[in-house]
Design a protein around this ligand. Structure first.
Ligand code: DX5
Ligand code: ZN
Length: 221
């Protein structure tokens, strides 16, 4: 498996001073910026769009930005995020009429592409598109809000997806999002994840470096 990636979810960052907060978490050793886009339609919350992604780039953020689209429809907003500096764009398969087309659109826009599975979303959406995926993201909470508890059945689902990825021979990251903390990250990694989104666990602590270091220590076990 490739090196583990820690991706703080900026949903729990301080939006009044977002650029500084994102810089601080990257300086603390985080790898990737997880950028949650919610539309008050596909999910019951409203967050940030391409303008904020562009603003982070203009502010000097050079780390990969992992745009998690919780919007419906998805196609319209993909080129805008690509232009605004997104590195990875993931979306939920139920949110598009044409799964393959949406994945192709992301690739043609120059970004890495991924599919996101809610806790109750079946994995059959993977069946014919593995060759187009750079990331598979399993939600371990129902999407919409930070600070929820990890749903334990995600561990079995992670194991299933890890087997599918390994059997496919493709180079696909297995990302997990929701309720990831220092005390469960090792178990989540053991189930097959190699990219970890954590929002409240990092941003709700005064010292980001301590949390990121503790996560890495757990991951090294
Ligand atoms: C939930 C978002 C997550 C969320 C994670 O819909 O996709 O990225 O912010 O937050 P925590 O780590 O607090 O569960
Ligand atoms: Zn997310």
């Amino acid at each position: 498996m490739r090196p583990f990636l820690i991706a703080p979810s900026i949903l729990s960052a301080d939006f009044a001073r977002l650029g500084d907060d994102v810089k601080a978490v990257l300086d603390a050793g985080a790898d990737v910026v997880h950028f949650d886009v919610m539309d008050n339609h596909y999910v019951p919350n409203l967050t940030i769009g391409p303008m904020v992604c562009q603003a982070l780039r203009d502010y000097g953020i050079t780390a990969d930005i992992d745009v998690h689209l919780m919007v419906k429809p998805v196609d319209r907003i993909i080129p805008d995020f690509a232009k605004a500096g997104a590195s990875i764009i993931t979306f939920h398969p139920e949110a598009t009429e044409h799964l393959d087309r949406s994945l192709q659109l992301i690739k043609e826009s120059g970004c890495k592409a991924g599919l996101v599975f809610n806790p109750g979303t079946p994995l059959h959406y993977l069946d014919h598109v593995m060759d187009k995926l750079d990331v598979i993201l399993l939600m371990s909470v129902n999407p919409g809000f930070g600070g929820q508890s990890f749903i334990p059945s995600t561990l079995d689902k992670l194991k299933q997806v890890r087997e599918k990825i390994d059997a496919s021979g493709f180079d696909i990251r297995l990302e997990v999002d929701g309720g990831v903390k220092v005390d469960n990250i090792a178990e989540i990694a053991a189930a097959g994840a190699d990219m970890f989104v954590a929002g409240s666990a990092i941003f709700n602590q005064p010292d980001y470096k301590t949390v990121v270091d503790e996560m890495r220590t757990e991951l090294a076990k």
